[in-house]
Design a protein around this ligand. Structure first.
Ligand code: HEM
Ligand code: HEM
Length: 179
């Protein structure tokens, strides 16, 4: 992306707005499925596993797009601590978006469960079968889900701060294309 670009590329925006509702849905599907022992549990986990793996593929594509095409510069008048918070929180979001599905996949591998995507379509294990490792990854999946939820809420607050209070073009850099 050239330094004069003021907006994210159409592909970056498509990936952002496809992934945002899917990630929020995954957080609620995850919380909902552990809260029930009814048949809804089976339905929710049958959605949770393949959707999580689809998000893993999307975040890989998104990281590649980000590395090759860059991002529009932040406004010159943005204070240094805010610039740092924006960059650090975006990096954290990328790390959590990749870590959550990888940990989900690894924890099922450690438990010895097949990672079923759809019908006979299975993924190979990515971690050795080990009950202690399963316990560790299972707890990590929960704690990182809380961290992801909290970071998304902060990100939402920051996006609204830019869009409604600072009105500095940061919100529209992701919300719409260049005119
Ligand atoms: C963006 C990706 C993902 C998000 C945001 C996410 C989120 C969550 C959340 C919030 C929970 C509930 C945790 C709790 O309250 O203890 C959960 C549980 C779980 N997740 Fe994920 N998850 C993701 C990807 C995956 C993937 C890819 C898999 C497997 C391939 C997976 C497998 C599981 C399993 C097995 C449980 C526990 C179900 C149970 O105990 O009944 N997750 N997930
Ligand atoms: C699960 C929900 C979301 C996730 C995981 C997420 C993730 C991200 C990430 C990683 C970036 C940095 C892009 C980059 O530099 O490559 C970003 C940028 C942005 N997001 Fe989100 N986002 C979410 C929801 C939202 C929502 C709901 C809004 C608006 C209300 C929003 C508005 C923005 C804006 C305005 C930017 C551009 C910031 C900049 O110029 O640096 N995001 N988002």
């Amino acid at each position: 992306m050239s330094p004069t670009r003021t907006h994210f590329s159409p592909l970056a925006r498509l990936l952002h707005w496809t992934m945002a509702p899917l990630i929020i849905a995954m957080l609620f599907i995850g919380a909902g499925m552990v809260a029930t022992v009814s048949r809804a549990h089976d339905t929710l986990i049958a959605i949770h596993r393949p959707l999580g793996i689809a998000l893993l593929l999307l975040v890989a594509l998104r990281a590649g797009t980000r590395i090759t095409r860059g991002s529009p510069p932040l406004p010159d008048d943005m204070p240094a601590p805010q610039r740092f918070a924006a960059k650090a929180s975006h990096l954290l979001l990328y790390v959590l978006m990749a870590a959550m599905p990888l940990i989900g996949w690894a924890m099922l591998s450690a438990a010895g469960y097949p990672v079923t995507l759809y019908g006979p379509l299975h993924l190979p294990p990515i971690a050795p079968q080990n009950v202690e490792l399963f316990a560790l990854l299972r707890a990590l999946h929960t704690w990182l889900a809380f961290a992801l939820f909290a970071t998304v809420l902060l990100h939402l607050a920051a996006a609204l701060f830019h869009g409604l209070i600072r009105r500095d073009g940061v919100f529209s850099s992701m919300a719409r294309g260049e005119r």
